[in-house]
Design a binder for this molecule. Structure first.
Ligand SMILES: Cc1cc2nc3c(=O)[nH]c(=O)nc-3n(C[C@H](O)[C@H](O)[C@H](O)COP(=O)(O)OP(=O)(O)OC[C@H]3O[C@@H](n4cnc5c(N)ncnc54)[C@H](O)[C@@H]3O)c2cc1C
Length: 380
């Protein structure tokens, strides 16, 4: 067992950190307030290999490991969790689904543009009446001759408005429950597909989230992604990997919040001394630093297992559950350590506090992670 990062991983961390500090930090609040995703960041992210982190070089990807992926997402989230969320959804959901289950033709058609950052990927599972119970979806894809016809709507879709390529799950056989769900891949702008309401969010505001509507949206037969009836089962495999990304995002956000709190605690003076000299503040810092290290280890362990081709359902959920919950605590303590200044927008604390809450909700709530872990423990 070796806990040391390789020289390449240290260089990767430094490179992504310097990029995030230079290209993202100065604009974080401006993007947040305008709810604006900066499309001009895409070629810069792509130049660093961050739009195709784990995908094969033959499609222009960076062919990095799952552990490297965690390092990249962590470093983006340390500075701007919303951009990290978009990069994670693009890599870990849409692009991963095509890379894992697409045909050679799908990969050739979509992966080069996705990993080059020419288009953002979106991934549509959730519906207004089917969130945690995603298999209860109502969007349908009916076979009509050589076409599939999609009808229904998806909600809370990252890049629902600005995504160029979308993977969408729909019911193809309502008699077969979750085995009657299939995945499809389509271009944004396909007739019959449109973006609905853009959400006005508490946090992660630079990351676009919207409804996506399908009304008699006709797709050619090859738009079927993976085998018919396997869409939901494939989705669970995509989420096993995607949750490692959300765990890494949580670690990065917690690290950013902790560093902001540490800096402020050394600068802020009350009762004639820096507040960092008070034990109440020191214990918060010590507890957060310890929890962040524990979350990072759980996250890297899940990624390490994934790199070895092992199933990580339990480990991914454990990492996502623990890391997201300690990140909530880190962001809360960051505000607390800033006192009143934690409540205003001149300091980064309030934004970490708003952004962090998504992490115990997206890609499966904490309650659902516990359910997944318990099922694995009970062998169900
Ligand atoms: C910013 C943002 C981005 C998102 N991006 C995407 C995306 O790109 N693609 C996509 O498909 N989805 C996306 N989602 C949707 C997200 O995955 C869902 O919101 C999430 O899975 C929860 O579903 P829900 O909101 O319907 O909550 P619900 O399922 O209605 O849950 C409400 C509450 O009930 C609890 N609950 C539900 N069932 C159980 C149970 N069996 N046992 C115990 N408690 C339970 C939940 O834990 C939660 O506390 C996004 C959401 C947000 C907010």
């Amino acid at each position: 067992m070796d806990f040391r990062p390789t020289e390449e991983q240290q260089l990767l961390r430094r490179t992504v950190r310097e990029f995030a500090e230079a290209e993202m930090r100065p604009h974080v609040m401006e993007w947040d307030e305008a709810q604006h995703f900066p499309m001009d960041l895409l070629p810069k992210l792509a130049a660093l290999g961050l739009m195709g982190i784990q995908f094969p070089e033959e499609f222009g990807g960076s062919a990095m490991s799952a552990v490297d992926y965690c390092i990249c997402i962590e470093e983006l989230a340390r500075v701007c969790p919303a951009i990290a969320l978009s990069v994670a959804a693009h890599n870990g959901l849409c692009t991963a689904h095509i890379a894992m289950f697409g045909s050679d033709a799908h990969k050739k058609q979509y992966l080069p543009r996705l990993v080059a950052g020419e288009v953002l990927g979106a991934w549509g599972l959730t519906e207004a009446s089917a969130g945690s119970d995603a298999a209860g979806m109502r969007t349908t894809a009916a076979r009509q001759g050589e076409c599939w016809v999609l009808n229904g709507s998806k909600i809370f879709i990252t890049h629902g408005t600005i995504g160029g390529v979308m993977v969408v799950m729909a019911v193809t056989d309502s008699s077969k429950s979750h085995r009657g769900i299939s995945a499809f891949v389509l271009e944004h702008g396909t007739p019959g597909m449109s973006a609905g309401k853009k959400e006005n969010k508490l946090g992660m505001r630079a990351s676009d989230t919207s409804e996506v509507l399908f009304q008699d949206c006709r797709l050619p037969a090859p738009a079927l992604l993976g085998e018919e009836g396997q869409g939901f089962i494939n989705t669970l495999q995509v989420l096993d990997a995607g949750r490692i990304g959300i765990a890494a995002l949580s670690v990065g956000l917690a690290q950013g919040a902790y560093e902001a709190a540490l800096k402020y605690a050394k600068e802020r003076r009350q009762f004639g001394q820096p507040i960092a000299s008070f034990q109440a503040i020191q214990w918060k810092l010590a507890d957060n630093a310890t929890r962040i290290e524990a979350a990072r280890l759980l996250t890297y362990r899940a990624a390490y297992l994934k790199d070895r081709g092992l199933r990580t359902t339990k480990e991914s959920s454990m990492a996502k559950l623990f890391a997201s919950e300690i990140a909530v605590k880190a962001a809360d303590d960051c505000v607390q350590i800033h006192g009143g200044y934690g409540f205003v927008k001149d300091y980064p604390a309030e934004k970490y506090f708003r952004d962090v809450k998504l992490l115990t909700i997206g890609e499966g709530t904490s309650e659902i992670q516990r359910l997944v872990i318990a099922r694995q423990l009970l062998g169900q």
